[in-house]
Design a protein around this ligand. Structure first.
Ligand code: AMP
Ligand code: ZN
Length: 108
């Protein structure tokens, strides 16, 4: 666990229920909630409930299930931002699930 885990990490505080979030789904190790600053009609964040430990397979499975629930039958995108060039702002592993509108490639 890195030093910003726990009280200083916004996603740890959401997972602990200390900061409100619009929860969409969860599984044993993964929590999904809506992004505060949505970039598309569906913009869901998937995080491991623990600061570092993550099961990639479980995250992808829950993302696919949410995409089905949200009826994103025209397509959807999973994004993970790592580091300053990608614009990462929260240093707790997370996937963005985005869908509900046509998207450009490559991303900006
Ligand atoms: P990233 O830039 O990949 O690190 O993404 C972090 C994301 O977390 C951004 O899209 C923010 O809008 C989102 N975010 C930050 N704080 C919250 C919060 N309290 N509830 C929901 N989403 C948040
Ligand atoms: Zn954290």
């Amino acid at each position: 666990m890195s030093e910003d885990a726990g009280r200083d990490c916004v996603f740890c505080r959401i997972a602990a229920g200390e900061i409100p979030a619009q929860r969409v789904a969860e599984s044993a190790q993964v929590l999904a909630f809506r992004d505060l600053n949505a970039q598309a009609p569906t913009h869901v964040l998937l995080i491991p409930k623990q600061h570092v430990v993550a099961s990639a397979g479980e995250m992808f499975e829950l993302a696919a299930a949410i995409a089905r629930d949200e009826k994103l039958d025209q397509g959807w995108r999973l994004v993970t931002n790592v580091g300053p060039h990608a614009g990462q702002t929260v240093h707790h592993l997370h996937l963005h699930l985005i869908g509900g509108r046509p998207m450009q490639w490559p991303p900006g």
